[in-house]
Design a binder for this molecule. Structure first.
Ligand code: GLU
Length: 417
C-alpha cells in the first residue's frame, strides 16, 4: 500500500505516477515500491531570535528515492512547509531527475518559517541549526540539497560551512547553488529559467506556435521567472502580466522585464510598477495571453480557474502548480502543458553540473554550462514528446512514463524489486 494519506498533496501527486505505471503495465505492488519515500527525518531547531527569546522551528528532509543515485533536491523556507508537502516535492524530484537523465534520486527539505519576517542573523542561526540537525542525513554521495522557495545562495553557504565543521572536511559537493566564491557554478542562478526557455522554444517548434509577438503572463516574479521573462523578451515576446505574493501588474503592450526586476528590488514587489494596471497575485493565471508561466507554489491552477485560462502553452516553472483535475480540463481545452518535471528541470541540471565540477575540482565557463544545459533540456523534451506521440498521451504523463521506467529499471537492477 502506498503510505499517502487520502486527499493529501502527496496522494494527488501519485495520480500521474499511477497513469504512467498503467502505460508501463506495472503491478500495484511495484507502484507502491516506487511511490513510497525511503526515509523522512523531522527535526526541531530551537534558535535565539533577535529579541532574546527562544523560538523552535520544525525542519524536514525526505529521501524519496536513491535508486538512480544520491537523493537530490532543494530546501524550502515557507510558513506552509509540512511533511506532506516535502514528501510530494521529494517525489517530484525523483521524477524530474529521471526525466532529464541526471544520476540522482529525489529528495527535498524545508523548514516551516517565514523568511520574509526574519533578520539575516536569525536566518543564519536557523540555517546552521538545520544543517547540524540533518548533517548525518546528507552528504555528496547521500543527499545533496540546494535552494527552493524562500532560500538562496547565501543560505547554501551557511549550510555548507556548518556541515564542513561537523564533517571535519571540505566537501563542496554536499550542497549546490552555492556562491561562486565557494565552488558554485556559473549559470546556476539563471538555470531554471534558462532550461524552461529551451523547453519552450522546442515546444513552440514542435506545436507550430510562433514565439515572436507571443504574450507572456507570469505568476511569481522571483529568481526562477525573471530570467525566462528576459530570454522570451529578447526573442520578441511581450511580457503582459506579472505578479508576486504582494500583487500584480498588467499591460497589454508589454513591460520591460529588467525594469520590473529593478522596480521589485527597490520596493520588494512588482505592485505599483509604472505604466501598468494593477491586478491581483492570481490574475496572471487567467489574463488574455499566449504563454502562461506559473512560477510560484503548488496547487495554483485548479478546477475552479482552469476553465478560465486563455493561454495556448503553460510552462510550469513552479513545482506542482496544476492539480490533476485542472490538468484534465486543460487537456480537453487543448492547452499544451509543459510539465514541471521537465520545464523546471534546468535548475537541478545545473546543480548536477556544479556537483560534477566540485568533484573534479575543475570549473567550466558559462558558455560550456549553457551548451550542456541546452543539450540536456532539448534531448529531454524530444524524448518526452516522442513518448506522448507514441502513446497519444499528454506531455506530463509522457514525462512520468519516461521517468518511472528509468526508476523501475534501476530498482530492478539493484534487486530491490
Ligand atoms: N529547488 C529546485 C527544484 O525544485 C532545484 C533543486 C536542486 O537544484 O537540487 O528543482
Amino acid at each position: 500500500m502506498s503510505n499517502a494519506e487520502k486527499g493529501s498533496l502527496y496522494e494527488e501527486a501519485l495520480k500521474t505516477l499511477r497513469e504512467a505505471a498503467a502505460i508501463l503495465k506495472l503491478e500495484p505492488e511495484i507502484v507502491d515500491a516506487i511511490a513510497n519515500p525511503e526515509q523522512a527525518l523531522i527535526v526541531s531547531i530551537p534558535i535565539k531570535m533577535d529579541n532574546g527569546k527562544v523560538k523552535t522551528f520544525t525542519g524536514y528532509r525526505v529521501h524519496h528515492s536513491t535508486a538512480r543515485g544520491p537523493a537530490k533536491g532543494g530546501i524550502r523556507y515557507h510558513p506552509n512547509v509540512c511533511l506532506d508537502e516535502v514528501k510530494s516535492l521529494a517525489f517530484w524530484m525523483s521524477i524530474k531527475n529521471a526525466v532529464v537523465g541526471i544520476p540522482y534520486g529525489g529528495g527535498k527539505g524545508g523548514i516551516a518559517c517565514n523568511p520574509k519576517e526574519m533578520s539575516q542573523g536569525e536566518l543564519e542561526r536557523l540555517t546552521r541549526g538545520y544543517s547540524a540537525a540533518i548533517a548525518r542525513f546528507v552528504g555528496s554521495d547521500i543527499d545533496i540539497p540546494a535552494p527552493d522557495v524562500g532560500t538562496n545562495a547565501q543560505i547554501m553557504g551557511w549550510f555548507a560551512d556548518e556541515y564542513y565543521k561537523i564533517a571535519g572536511k571540505h566537501e563542496p559537493g554536499v550542497i549546490t547553488s552555492k556562491p561562486l566564491s565557494i565552488g558554485g557554478s556559473l549559470g546556476r542562478v539563471t538555470a531554471t529559467g534558462r532550461g524552461g526557455f529551451f523547453v519552450t522554444v522546442e515546444a513552440a517548434k514542435a506545436f507550430n506556435i510562433p514565439l515572436k509577438g507571443a504574450r507572456v503572463s507570469i505568476q511569481g516574479y522571483g529568481n526562477v521567472a525573471q530570467p525566462i521573462a528576459q530570454y522570451l523578451h529578447e526573442l520578441g515576446c511581450k511580457i503582459v502580466a506579472v505578479s508576486d505574493s504582494v500583487g500584480g501588474v498588467y499591460n497589454p503592450e508589454g513591460m520591460d522585464p529588467l525594469k520590473l526586476v529593478e522596480y521589485k528590488e527597490k520596493t520588494r514587489s512588482v505592485k505599483g510598477f509604472p505604466e501598468s494596471k494593477e491586478i491581483s497575485t492570481n490574475d496572471p493565471l487567467t489574463v488574455d495571453c499566449d504563454i502562461l508561466v506559473p512560477s510560484a507554489l503548488e496547487n495554483q491552477i485548479t478546477k475552479e480557474n482552469a476553465d478560465k485560462i486563455k493561454a495556448k502553452i503553460i510552462v510550469e516553472l513552479a513545482n506542482g502548480p496544476t492539480t490533476p483535475e485542472a490538468d484534465k480540463i486543460l487537456q480537453e481545452k487543448g492547452v499544451i502543458v509543459l510539465p514541471d518535471v521537465l520545464a523546471n528541470a534546468g535548475g537541478v541540471t545545473v546543480s548536477y553540473f556544479e556537483w560534477v565540477q566540485n568533484r573534479m575540482g575543475y570549473y567550466w565557463t558559462e558558455e560550456e554550462v549553457d551548451e550542456k544545459l541546452k543539450h540536456v533540456m532539448t534531448k529531454a523534451f524530444k524524448e518526452v514528446y516522442e513518448i506522448a506521440k507514441q502513446y497519444k498521451i499528454n506531455l506530463r504523463t509522457a514525462a512520468y512514463t519516461l521517468a518511472v521506467k528509468k526508476i523501475f529499471e534501476a530498482m530492478q537492477a539493484l534487486g530491490r524489486i
